[in-house]
Design a protein around this ligand. Structure first.
Ligand code: SF4
Ligand code: SF4
Length: 443
């Protein structure tokens, strides 16, 4: 494989552990008898609830209507009756309203399409409206509403559209399986996006730890009739971050506080491209997603197609339960994910994985004092000084931390991972950023 690219600054190589679930073909998870559907599953404004306890709902029915420009519709993942409206905590610690649905009745999605739609006659505006209506958000973790990302300001142009097939977080294999099993659908999704964005060039970035995905996607690209190039990337975390990915692929830097469109680029995750395909071709709302259930502590690691709102406990049961008492259960990847304590926590649009980690797989050493080794500085892909930022945040010097680039922190976790003193640096960064945002809202 020639011309393997990467980003130049920082990054590290945590053990991949993808072999645990990589060979598990995607299968449909069992339908839950009860699901909890949060009304905030995206970046932006929460949805307005359209249902009340006692209401009957059908699969795909609108439960929450997007409020404001940056927001995304939320649909019922299954038919049933609304049991209650509750408040719940999401894995990231935020609190929101959720609709609890008890499964009842026939399983017919509203207007469910069996035959594919011929979308070739639809305009770019029609396609964008469909994506907005069907609640598509970025499935790489950030859950940014896709119709907003694809609404390009008049004074900007998309030169490069990048499909993110990197999946650089250890353990996760959902995107890898989608590339192997849904190749044709991915390329139709790319065709739809190309119609909306009209890019001059399309690149698919894939790390070289997925050689079969690179091979299959390269062959499909050659036959697609689209200006698509598969770009093999070095195995390095966080290669899948938008900024690092663009630096690796088009050798341009997104300016501080800016967006990829500022350098003429748009990036979408592989799972998002598949969701766009399903939305446009089968008019399917985003009511399920692929979730990797893995780790040394789960009996049958799997890649499951899961209804949004399904309790994590159901997935653990379906994968055979624990091999031993887990040390930690993490939602997302091990670098950026969140430890959960309540197994009733539901799968949401941004849930890429559930990791059941044993004692051997987690750091257990106690925190000590900083030894000024500089490792956190060396691995930071954003060129920040995490140890200094953490001290400023500890001393409530938020303004100084902002001046040193705190808001550029991607919360990738490289600094905390590399720190021999086990200082929770990324947690400090998250706290500092939260405090700065709060201060800005008040002023
Ligand atoms: S979490 Fe932030 S400060 Fe730490 S390495 Fe990543 S970008 Fe740098
Ligand atoms: S890696 Fe940890 S011990 Fe080393 S300088 Fe950074 S904070 Fe200090």
């Amino acid at each position: 494989m020639s011309n393997i690219r990467s980003f130049p600054k920082g990054g590290l190589h945590p053990p991949g552990r993808k072999h645990i679930s990589a060979s598990s073909a995607i299968r449909n998870a069992l339908l839950p008898s009860l699901c909890k559907v949060p009304l905030t599953q995206h970046i932006g404004a929460p949805c307005e609830c359209l249902v009340a306890p006692g209401d009957e709902v059908k699969e795909g029915m609108l439960l929450g209507k997007s409020k404001g420009f940056i927001s995304a519709n939320i649909h019922s993942p299954m038919p049933g009756v609304v049991k209650s409206l509750d408040e719940l905590y999401l894995p990231n610690g935020s609190r929101c309203q959720a609709v609890t649905i008890e499964s009842v009745g026939e399983f017919d999605r509203l207007g469910k399409r069996q035959e594919p739609v011929d979308w070739s006659g639809l305009s770019s505006k029609d396609l964008l409206e469909k994506i907005a209506l069907l609640g598509i958000v970025g499935l790489g973790g950030a859950a940014f509403p896709t119709h907003v990302k694809f609404s390009i300001p008049r004074d900007k142009k998309v030169y490069t559209f990048v499909v993110n097939g990197v999946e650089c977080e250890p353990y996760l294999t959902a995107d890898y399986r989608i590339m192997l099993e849904k190749t044709k659908e991915i390329f139709e999704g790319i065709r739809i996006i190309a119609k909306i964005l009209e890019p001059e060039r399309i690149c698919i970035g894939i790390e070289i730890n997925k050689p079969d995905a690179i091979e299959i996607m390269t062959a499909a690209a050659a036959n697609s009739g689209l200006p698509v190039e598969v770009v093999p990337l070095q195995i390095k975390y966080p290669q899948g971050d938008e900024k690092q990915l663009l630096k690796a692929i088009i050798n341009r830097e997104v300016p501080s506080g800016g967006l990829p469109i500022d350098i003429g680029a748009v990036v979408s995750n592989i799972g998002t491209v598949f969701a766009i395909y399903e939305a446009v071709v089968f008019e399917k709302p985003l009511i399920e997603r692929i979730v990797t259930v893995t780790g040394g502590g789960i009996k049958n690691p799997s890649n499951l197609k899961v209804r949004i709102g399904t309790p994590i406990q159901n997935l653990l049961d379906e994968c055979g339960g624990f091999t031993e008492e887990p040390a930690k259960i993490v939602v997302g990847g091990p670098m950026m994910g969140f430890t959960i304590y309540n197994l009733d926590t539901p799968v949401v649009k941004g849930t890429s994985g559930v990791l059941v980690l044993t004692r051997k797989e987690v750091k257990t050493a106690a925190r000590t004092s900083c030894i000024h080794c500089g490792r956190c500085v060396k691995v930071c892909p954003m060129g920040l000084n995490p140890t200094r930022l953490a001290k400023q945040i500890d001393h409530l010097e938020y303004g100084e931390a902002e001046g040193e680039g705190l808001m550029d922190c991607k919360e990738c976790g490289c600094c905390a991972y590399a720190c021999p003193a086990q200082i929770p640096l990324v947690q400090s960064m998250k706290l500092g950023k939260l405090m700065l945002r709060k201060m800005k809202v008040k002023s």
